[in-house]
Design a protein around this ligand. Sequence first.
Ligand SMILES: NC(=O)c1ccc[n+]([C@@H]2O[C@H](COP(=O)([O-])OP(=O)(O)OC[C@H]3O[C@@H](n4cnc5c(N)ncnc54)[C@H](OP(=O)(O)O)[C@@H]3O)[C@@H](O)[C@H]2O)c1
Length: 299
Amino acid sequence: MAFGIKLSKGLQWTNVTADKLNLKSLRVAIIGGTGGIGQSFSRLFQSKGAEVIVVGRTFKDGDLKNVQFIKADLDLMSEARRVSQELAKQPLDLVIFTTGIFAAPTREETAEGLERDMAVSYLSRLVIIRGILPTLEKNSTHMFKRPRVFIVGFPGTGELGKVDDLNSEGKYSAMQTHMTTVAGNEALVLDSAQRYPKIGLYGLNPGLIKTSIRNNFLGADSWKSWAIEGIIGLWCQNAEQYALRMLPMMVSSDLEAHSPAFFNNKAEAIQSQKFTEPYVKEFIGNSEELVRKSGIPLD
Ligand SMILES: NC(=O)c1ccc[n+]([C@@H]2O[C@H](COP(=O)([O-])OP(=O)(O)OC[C@H]3O[C@@H](n4cnc5c(N)ncnc54)[C@H](OP(=O)(O)O)[C@@H]3O)[C@@H](O)[C@H]2O)c1
């Protein structure tokens, strides 16, 4: 993978192809499991026998056994808090975050005063993580020594975002805003791994995959979307192929001793670059302040 990503040789795992896996005792929650990459994960985990809960706005897999739906609009931190309270009641082994949009060409703001990409793609995850991980730490899981949380973003590129303007209130650039959500998700893996040592924290970089993620930027059904998603579809793996590649790594016992860790689109371990401890602290501190300003307490 390009973007200056470096492999991390210290973490190797033994591949067991997905068709050999039986995940009957596994309980998985996928925040953003209604579309794209999250939906591919949901369908694949379900097909291997796992019990799955998906969170999103529009559920399309009501015909599947053992897939429950929690409807939520994660533009809103109040909704993220409600979701975290519902999920905290569940004995989960695995939590996957795939909620996301791309920042719009002109800045959008939610009813709680947050830039919309930041709210959906990053801050809602922070709120849910703070709501569920303290309870999750107390779970003894069926399959793993400790529960696992996978945060899908774009880690490993050294992208640090704009820590002094997390709400994009200064000069607006959609790309800069989106890259700040990317940095936030990488910081969230690093910070949460320190905060919750009884949970395995992992960041996933899927590379480019044809999905709806760029619709808010390119325009759904626009010619730009048609051309760009067409090229991505031709050159890159699709969401189903990506999920098939990742699933054996996500349940591998070789991950037990490693947290935090990051993986590229071939499920190879990669390095987190440039995120010093003080920078992560500053990023997360500013994020907490922003969430509290929106009126939502962080547990
Ligand atoms: N695809 C790529 O090329 C690519 C590249 C790098 C990183 N990623 C990352 O991969 C993750 C998954 O993206 P994807 O490509 O699968 O995107 P996607 O197909 O657009 O799926 C995004 C998911 O987020 C949910 N979502 C969006 N807005 C929401 C809201 N306001 N409230 C609740 N749920 C909401 C959608 O559910 P509903 O439709 O039900 O609202 C959907 O389940 C994201 O974190 C993205 O940044 C993707």
